[in-house]
Ligand binder design. Structure first.
Ligand SMILES: *[C@@H]1O[C@H](CO)[C@@H](O)[C@H](O)[C@H]1NC(C)=O
Ligand SMILES: *[C@@H]1O[C@H](CO)[C@@H](O)[C@H](O)[C@H]1NC(C)=O
Length: 411
């Protein structure tokens, strides 16, 4: 009896550690914590896939339901931050207003877009709630965390349109006055897919002469900026690093652009950009994100470009969003980039999206825009917002401090 209990325990431990254990690059921060976090994500994914296989629901919906159940909080004000849920032109948002005592004056404002592959998460989740509270306090600011609609309910360009509509409305004199926000000190910011929306909206509003209040700065945290090359050095290097695996990012793109998820392998092979498809547009777009020119050799390492000659015909016609700057802000013309606000771009070494951010930083600099690049050699995708135990990473907390510090200095 005793013996079989011991045997059972050993087997269980072995199975668990097999499930949790994952070879990680030695330089990644706090690898055991990351493995644990990853195991939780994978377990949730398995449950979701099972639910989908049983015909119960779309797996992204199940995942979002679980995340929401565990993570979403009500709007709880504290002594120093008033929190309210509201909407701007029909787009849901949570507003965090600093209520620090002192002379009544205009405050800084930040419009924030949460990450989650345009499919997961909410500005009402604990991790984003904590981030925005802290920003409101430390910056004595009003933070507006926008809940754009998500895939699979809606697809591109709807989430982008939600983001743009909310920003236009927030930037009106009436709304700024309502929240006592200084029109000269409003930032747009976001992480991951939210960084994509922030960059895309910053470009569009810079071009739009009908909007008189402009963003002062943009702050992009490990942003997603392109879907033409799934073989940048960072995609090649970090394809198996949690939590944003390479096929998962391709899948998020396909869900966003309303494509068939069976196309993941074609995208990963860069088959959508084969030159035989001939369109000038592809050649021009690829030239704008030529990493052999845009990345420092230390980031290129030994990796080679992947440019198939034949590819899969018709992919770009099926997925026109791949070439649309509103989905892929890295593809914007230099004339547009010249107009966007000064940028803070945070990147992590152990992240498939590292080079999206690095290339954008370089293109903005070439267009004459002031850029602060903040790179974390130990960082991995998502590290900044996992602010709760056991997923609180030293590198993540450090990056959050630096991000807020940059806003203190520049907003
Ligand atoms: C990228 O730049 C290199 C060096 O300037 C050039 O040889 C190559 O053809 C370019 N590739 C693309 C896709 O534009
Ligand atoms: C990509 O295109 C090549 C032809 O260039 C083809 O042989 C290969 O099967 C395609 N891969 C996928 C995953 O579609």
């Amino acid at each position: 009896m005793m013996r079989s209990a011991v045997l059972g325990a050993v087997l269980l431990a072995a199975a668990t550690s097999y499930y949790i254990y994952l070879p990680l690059p030695s330089a990644v921060a706090e690898p055991w914590k990351l493995m644990l976090l990853d195991a939780v994500f994978r377990a949730m994914m398995h449950v979701c896939n099972l639910a989908q296989d049983l015909g119960l629901a779309h797996n992204t919906r199940v995942l979002n339901y679980m995340v929401t159940l565990v993570e979403v909080r009500g709007p709880q004000s504290s002594e120093s931050v008033r929190v309210t849920d509201t909407s701007f032109e029909g787009v849901q948002a949570r507003v965090f207003e600093s209520t620090l005592p002192g002379p009544r004056r205009l405050k800084r404002g930040v419009v924030y877009f949460h990450g989650g592959g345009w499919a997961l998460g909410s500005g009402r989740m604990r991790s984003y709630d904590l981030l925005c509270r802290r920003m409101a306090e430390d910056l004595d600011a009003v933070i507006i965390s926008v809940d754009y609609r998500l895939a699979p309910e809606v697809h591109f360009p709807e989430p982008y349109n939600d983001a743009l509509r909310a920003c236009r409305h927030i930037l009106t004199a009436e709304v700024l006055a309502l929240f006592s926000v200084d029109p000269e000190r409003v930032a747009v910011s976001g992480d991951s897919a939210g960084g994509n929306l922030a960059a895309a909206v910053a470009q569009q509003l810079a071009l739009d002469n009908s909007v008189s209040t402009k963003f002062k700065v943009q702050a992009l945290i490990y942003p997603v900026l392109q879907a033409l090359d799934f073989n940048t050095p960072s995609y090649q290097q970090n394809g198996n690093v949690p939590i944003l695996y390479r096929p998962l990012m391709a899948r998020f793109w396909l869900e966003y652009l309303n494509g068939d998820l069976k196309l993941v392998p074609s995208l990963l092979a860069n088959n959508h950009t084969a030159v035989n498809q001939g369109q000038e547009a592809v050649v021009a777009a690829k030239a704008k994100m030529n990493w052999t020119n845009l990345l420092a050799p230390a980031f290129q390492k030994h990796y080679k470009p992947v440019a198939p000659c034949l590819g899969t015909p018709g992919l770009l016609e099926q997925l026109p969003g791949l070439l649309d700057v509103r989905a892929a802000p890295l593809l914007a013309e230099r004339e547009v980039l010249k107009l966007v606000p000064p940028a803070y771009i945070m990147t992590c070494e152990h992240d498939v999206l590292r080079d999206d951010g690095l290339m954008y930083a370089r293109r903005l600099e070439e267009a004459g825009v002031a850029v602060t690049s903040d790179h974390y050699a130990e960082g991995f995708h998502g590290c900044m917002v996992f602010g709760f135990w056991p997923a609180r990473f030293t590198v993540g907390m450090q990056s959050m401090r630096n991000y807020i510090h940059w806003l203190q200095q520049n907003l």
